[in-house]
Design a protein around this ligand. Structure first.
Ligand code: FES
Length: 594
């Protein structure tokens, strides 16, 4: 039985105050034009076998599809596009599929984050340049969620997000013990076991066929599951939709619901701007904390908020983390997977646990409020969705640190870190590149102990470029052999949401633009105090000023194309890493049709 209750799709209401008529449809500018251009628009659509009357009498719905053969998490999205089309047709719309950059997280190099803004620009311009009245956004693998949503926000037509859904759970039997294993989280764990000689090369090869059991997004509470849940909490996806496993029969039904619903949203002019209030973003932040969600959400949520003209800053997230404990017992903070979360009631059930901390009056894509959407939600398994008095972690999912090493902030996933590092001081061991870091960490003679603070720099938005997920720095092989599995690690990079460890990330400003991280030297003392939210470099200002005078920015080997555009215009992590010229709620004019 479907554990998540989808709210009944509301029918069109002719009395709706924002009700549109046929004459108001944006697509009519193309198809109802009586001149030569209108003739050409209709003629070319009829060239594909479409009927003339359908072009002029129905809302045209774009299905933005991030499917590709190099995006395994989205392998099922071509089929899901057909389900969406069915829903659009049943509701009286005309569905048209538009492919967009797929951004398969594991395949795209140097990092999908470099292309999140590319996807956002592509979605915005796809919607603007074509005769589109509303959009269904098919995505889920990490950056595809914020990328498609950012583009849709900036364009401003009604849009609904259709999440790809998590892949199925996997299990491993070892030594007579069965345990669940999940994508991402266990890859790093088994790699460390291999480096420490606790598993063999044959075991490692055999593991390649494990953990990723079906199409769908990573089944841990990584960035994909975090972002799809946050978009649902924002009110941009149907209730419960982000928790449905990709291969469950409920998933294509949900996709059909999305298609049906978007047509009604067009008639009701239910645009993202009408849904995305500051309160809606704070709801999403609360959900991030209750989920023990990915630190990447700190970047994406701020970027989406800025697109909507909402003032959301890191301190809002820190304040929410202090209020809302981690309740979802999901890897990497807990020990269950997304399929378990679905059976336990999914996101509506989790939100019902924290309803006192949510603004329940926020409008959503259903046309109803968040409170109405979750009113009937029930928790079916209190081990997976814990009660408030028995959280997975009371110390909060995310902490924002500041100090002379991170004047504009840094983030740490406290719920996935070892408590012994909550208050820690150690000597810095600094790496300027991942190549230098990997070579050093493989060296059995490396001068390092378990209290050393590993530092990686030049890995931020400008420096890398694209702020890759290099922030889960490897434990030096020498220490792995001694049983060390966690150390305090610092960087201006991000970390995969599926990973765990005591990693301070997103240090702002980044080293490549002259942030204090650029001035750290081997042997400097670094202190972290999670309770006080401080990150301090014990070097006096005079010495730091001397080092700054000698500092040179790292070279930028790419001098052309998109990467150059990115490095010249990307903002820092605490500002969302959007392009400076795309932030804000200003809209572009409609294209001239001539
Ligand atoms: Fe696609 Fe993790 S690799 S969601």
């Amino acid at each position: 039985m479907l554990a998540v209750t989808l709210v009944k799709i509301m029918s069109n209401n002719p009395e709706h105050p924002h009700r549109k008529t046929l004459a108001d449809l944006r697509s009519r500018r193309w198809f109802a034009d009586t001149g030569m251009r209108g003739f050409a628009h209709r003629q070319r659509m009829q060239q594909m076998g479409l009927r003339r009357d359908d072009l002029m009498s129905r809302p045209v719905i774009a299905i933005i599809n991030t499917w590709s053969d190099l995006s395994p998490c989205h392998a099922h999205l071509r089929e899901r596009a057909e389900s969406v089309k069915r829903g659009v047709l049943l509701a009286g719309g005309l569905p048209l599929e538009l492919p967009a950059m797929s951004l398969g997280e594991v395949m795209v190099k140097p990092t999908t984050m470099l292309y999140r803004n590319f996807l956002a620009m592509e979605v915005e311009e796809l919607l603007r340049s074509h005769p589109i009245d509303g959009a269904v956004l098919l995505g889920g693998c990490d950056k595809t969620t914020p990328g498609t949503v950012m583009g849709a926000i900036s364009m401003g037509v009604p849009a609904i997000f259709c999440p790809a859904g998590p892949m199925l759970n996997d299990r491993q039997v070892q030594g007579g013990i069965t345990r669940q294993i999940g994508a991402g989280t266990h890859t790093r764990m088994f790699w460390d076991e291999l480096q420490a000689g606790r598993i063999g090369a044959d075991d490692w090869v055999a593991l390649e066929a494990k953990m990723t059991r079906s199409p769908g997004t990573c089944n841990t509470m990584g960035t994909a599951s975090t972002m799809t849940a946050l978009v649902e909490a924002l009110g941009l996806a149907l209730p419960g939709s982000s928790s449905i496993p990709a291969m469950d029969a409920a998933h294509p039904r949900m996709a059909t619901d999305c298609g049906e619903r978007i047509v009604a949203m067009v008639w009701d002019d239910l645009t993202p701007q009408r849904l995305l209030t500051r309160a809606a973003f704070l709801n999403a932040a609360a959900v991030q904390m209750a989920l023990g969600g990915s630190t990447n959400a700190a970047v994406h949520l701020i970027a989406m908020a800025r697109r909507a003209g909402v003032d959301l800053v890191l301190d809002d997230l820190d304040a929410m983390a202090r209020r809302v404990p981690v309740l979802a017992n999901l890897f990497p903070s807990g020990d269950r997977l997304m399929e378990d979360f679905f059976y336990a009631g999914g996101l509506p059930a989790l939100m019902s646990r924290i309803s006192a901390m949510l603004s329940l009056d926020e409008l959503t894509v259903t046309g109803q409020t968040l409170g109405q959407n979750i009113a009937a939600a029930v928790v079916h398994d209190a081990e997976v969705i814990r009660p408030l008095d028995r959280p997975v972690s009371a110390s909060g999912a995310l902490a924002v640190l500041r100090g002379n090493l991170a004047p504009d902030g840094a983030v740490m996933k406290a719920s996935a870190a070892a408590p012994r590092f909550f208050r820690h001081q150690g000597r810095a061991l600094v790496f300027d590149s991942p190549a230098e870091m990997n070579a050093a960490c493989a060296d059995p003679a490396l001068d390092v102990d378990e209290d050393t603070v590993l530092v990686l720099r030049n890995a931020g938005p400008v420096g890398a470029p694209g702020m890759p997920e290099w922030g889960n720095l490897p434990i030096p092989k020498k220490l792995l052999a001694l049983g060390v599995r966690d150390m305090l690690r610092l960087s201006d990079a991000r970390m995969s949401g599926t990973h765990y460890g005591s990693c301070v990330l997103h240090i702002c400003p980044e080293a490549a633009v002259g942030g204090p991280l650029a001035l750290v030297q081997n042997g400097d003392l670094i202190s972290l105090d999670l309770g006080a939210r401080t990150l301090t470099l014990a070097v006096d200002d005079t010495e730091l000023a001397r080092r700054r005078t000698a500092w040179q920015p790292p070279p930028r080997p790419v001098t052309r194309g998109y990467t150059r555009l990115y490095q010249e215009h990307v903002t820092q992590a605490h500002e969302g890493c959007d392009f400076d010229f795309l932030q804000g709620s200003a809209t572009s004019p409609e294209p001239v049709i001539f």
